[in-house]
Write a protein that binds this ligand. Structure first.
Ligand code: 13P
Ligand code: ZN
Length: 272
C-alpha cells in the first residue's frame, strides 16, 4: 500500500486509461502536495539527495520549495498501478523555483514533456484559487478533439456548445473553457498559451490534441474532464442525427442553474 495521495493519483491514471482518454503514453498529470501529504510520504523520499538539480530554464513564480507528484514522460497511464515508481515520481523545486530534483520514483525517466505547462499552470492556479487547485490533468478525449475540427477555435463558441449540450455541464465549468490553437506538444508556446487561459478558466482545450484541466482534488479535476468529454460527445451525437435543433438550454436556464447553486457563470461567454 502506498500513501493515500499516491493511490488516488494512480486511480485517476487508471480511470483515464479505462475511459479511452489516455492511450499509449497519451496524457500526463501532476499534483502539488500539501505539507501533511509530504510528511505521510516521507519514508519514501530521498530528501538528502542534494546533487541532481535539473534546470527548468526559468523561474516559476510562487512555487519555490513545492513538491509535486508527476507522471514520467513516455509512461503509460495504463501501467500506473502495475509499476508505480516507473510511472510516477515526486520532485521538489529549489529555493528559487528554477530547478527540480527527483526525490522518489521516476525510475530512469524524466517528468512529462509537458512539465513546463504543468508548472506554469500550477503557478497561476495556486495564485488565483487561493492555493486550492492542486491537480493538473492532461488527456486526449476523442469527442473534444473531434469538435476542434468543426467549431471555431474560440472560448465563447466552445463554452456554449458544451454548456448547452448537457444540463449539468455548466455546474462543473461555470467559467467555461479556454481554447488554444494547435501548438507543438511539449513546447514553451503551448505551456505559455495554456497558463494564460488558466488565469480565468479551469479547463483548456488544445486544438487537435486534447484537454487540460485543473481542480482541487483528483475527483474534481477528473470530474471536469469526464463531464466536458461527455458534453462534447452528446454535441456530436446531436449533429450526427442530421435533424434540426428545435429547442436548447437558454441563457436564462444557464443563469438559473448557476444561481440555484450559488455559482457565478462567466457572463462574458453568454449570448453567442
Ligand atoms: P509525455 O509522455 O511526455 O507525458 O507526453 C504525452 C503527451 O500527451 C504530450 O502532450
Ligand atoms: Zn498530449
Amino acid at each position: 500500500m502506498y500513501p493515500k495521495i499516491i493511490e488516488e493519483f494512480v486511480r485517476m491514471c487508471d480511470d483515464g486509461y479505462r475511459l479511452g482518454f489516455n492511450e499509449a503514453n497519451g496524457g500526463n498529470a501532476s499534483y502539488r502536495m500539501a505539507p501533511e501529504e509530504i510528511k505521510k510520504c516521507s519514508e519514501y523520499l530521498d530528501l538528502k539527495n542534494d546533487g541532481d538539480w535539473m534546470s527548468l530554464g526559468c523561474e516559476i513564480t510562487g512555487l519555490s520549495n513545492e513538491y509535486f507528484i508527476v507522471t514520467a514522460s513516455g509512461s503509460l497511464m495504463r501501467n500506473a498501478g502495475l509499476d508505480v515508481e516507473g510511472t510516477l515520481g515526486i520532485v521538489q523545486l529549489n529555493d528559487t523555483g528554477d530547478a527540480y530534483k527527483i526525490i522518489w520514483g521516476l525510475e530512469g525517466r524524466r517528468p512529462t514533456s509537458e512539465f513546463s505547462a504543468h508548472l506554469l499552470s500550477h503557478s497561476v492556479r495556486k495564485c488565483v484559487s487561493g492555493g486550492h487547485d492542486r491537480v493538473m490533468y492532461h488527456l486526449h478525449p476523442p469527442a473534444v478533439i473531434a469538435l476542434t475540427y468543426i467549431l471555431d477555435l474560440n472560448d465563447k463558441i466552445f463554452s456554449n456548445a458544451l454548456w448547452r449540450s448537457m444540463t449539468e455541464c455548466v455546474m462543473v465549468i461555470p467559467d467555461g473553457v479556454g481554447v488554444v490553437p494547435w501548438l507543438c506538444p511539449g513546447s514553451r508556446e503551448l505551456a505559455n498559451a495554456t497558463c494564460e487561459k488558466m488565469s480565468a478558466r479551469q479547463a483548456v482545450i488544445w486544438a487537435h490534441h486534447g484537454l487540460y484541466v485543473t481542480g482541487l482534488s483528483f475527483d474534481d479535476a477528473f470530474g471536469k474532464a469526464h463531464t466536458i468529454e461527455k458534453s462534447a460527445s452528446i454535441y456530436l451525437d446531436i449533429l450526427k442525427t442530421g435533424r434540426p435543433i428545435l429547442q436548447t438550454i437558454t441563457d436564462t436556464d444557464l443563469r438559473t442553474i448557476c444561481l440555484s447553486l450559488g455559482l457565478k457563470i462567466n457572463e462574458e461567454l453568454l449570448e453567442v
